[in-house]
Design a protein around this ligand. Structure first.
Ligand code: AKG
Length: 272
C-alpha cells in the first residue's frame, strides 16, 4: 500500500464543487474578519487557524468519502484530534522540511502502520509556483540525512524563516513534488519528511490539515494520553449537529498513563 511504503498517497476529487466553494467562502471570511495579517513568527507557514474556527469544518472532519478511503486501507475506526487552516500569502517563502510525529520514544514509533496521519485538502490547485507540497518518499520509515540536520523541526527560527540557507529550506535530491487539484485529498504518515515550495504567485494558497489516528485502539496508553491532550475544544456556540459530528470522532482515554512529552526524532535503535 502506498501510504505504508511511501508514507503518503493522493485521492483525487474527494470534495464536491459546492462543498469546496463553501469552504473557500468560510476561509475568505475568516481572513477578512481577522485583519492582523500574516505574523512574522510564522513567515514560513503563513496564517494559521484552528479547524474549530467555524462549524463548517465539522462537515470536512467527518466527510464520508475521506473516511471511506481510510476504511478501504483497513482503518475502520479512525479518530480525530485537531486541525489547522494554513494560508500561505502571495510571495511567501518555502515551508521548511519537518515531520509531525512527537512520540519517538514510544515502542510503536517505527512500526510500519502509521500511528497518526494528516488529511490535507488544498483549496486551490497547487503547483511548484504557488507552493505545492513536497515529500521525501520513505522518510517515515527510513533514516534520511536530513534528519541529522533539521534539529527541532518546529523551532521559532525556522517558523520565522530567518535563514533560508539552512538545510531545512533546501532542495533535496530525493524529494518529490505533490501538486494537486483543489478538492483532492492527500493522506500522509505524520513521520514523513515534508515541506512546501515558496508561493511565488500573487494569490493566497490555503491547505486544511486534519490530524487523524487511523487505529487509535492499537496505540500505547502513553500515546493515547498524549493524543487526548491535544484535542481541540469544540466551541460552545457551535450547532449541536456540528458538535456531535466532531465529538463522535474524538478519541477517549480513561487510564492513568503519563502522556509523553513531545520529543524529537531519533534513529530507529533496531536499525543502528
Ligand atoms: O503548507 C503546506 O503545504 C503543508 C502544511 C504542513 O506541512 C502541515 O500542516 O504539517
Amino acid at each position: 500500500m502506498r501510504l505504508i511504503n511511501d508514507g503518503y498517497c493522493v485521492f483525487e476529487d474527494i470534495l464536491t464543487r459546492p462543498f469546496l466553494s463553501r469552504l473557500c467562502d468560510v476561509v475568505a471570511r475568516l481572513q477578512q474578519s481577522d485583519s492582523s495579517g500574516p505574523s512574522a513568527a510564522h513567515r514560513a507557514q503563513g496564517e494559521m487557524r484552528s479547524a474549530m474556527a467555524d462549524p463548517l469544518f465539522a462537515d470536512l472532519i467527518s466527510w464520508s468519502p475521506a473516511l471511506d478511503r481510510l476504511s478501504s486501507m483497513g482503518f475502520q475506526n479512525p479518530t480525530y484530534t485537531d486541525g489547522y487552516i494554513i494560508s500561505k500569502p502571495p510571495k511567501s517563502p518555502q515551508l521548511f522540511w519537518h515531520y509531525d510525529w512527537f512520540a519517538w520514544q514510544d515502542p510503536g514509533a517505527y512500526d510500519a502502520a502509521p500511528q497518526q496521519v494528516f488529511l490535507m485538502y488544498y483549496l486551490t490547485d497547487t503547483s511548484v509556483t504557488n507552493g505545492c507540497l513536497r515529500v521525501i518518499p520513505g522518510s517515515h520509515q527510513h533514516h534520511n540525512v536530513l534528519h541529522e540536520h533539521i534539529g527541532n523541526p518546529h523551532s521559532g527560527m525556522l517558523s520565522r524563516a530567518e535563514d533560508l540557507d539552512q538545510l531545512a529550506f533546501s532542495m533535496r535530491p530525493d524529494e518529490v513534488d505533490v501538486p494537486v487539484r483543489a478538492g483532492d485529498l492527500v493522506i500522509g504518515d505524520s513521520r514523513l519528511l515534508h515541506a512546501a515550495h515558496a508561493n511565488k504567485s500573487s494569490e493566497w494558497r490555503t491547505v486544511i490539515t486534519l490530524w487523524f489516528q487511523p487505529n487509535y485502539a492499537s496505540l500505547s496508553d502513553r500515546v493515547k494520553a498524549q493524543m487526548v491532550q491535544k484535542i481541540q475544544t469544540i466551541p460552545t456556540d457551535w450547532p449541536i449537529e456540528a458538535t456531535t459530528l466532531v465529538k463522535a470522532l474524538h478519541p477517549t482515554y480513561k487510564g492513568n498513563a503519563k502522556p509523553y512529552v513531545r520529543d524529537l526524532y531519533r534513529k530507529n535503535p533496531a536499525t543502528n
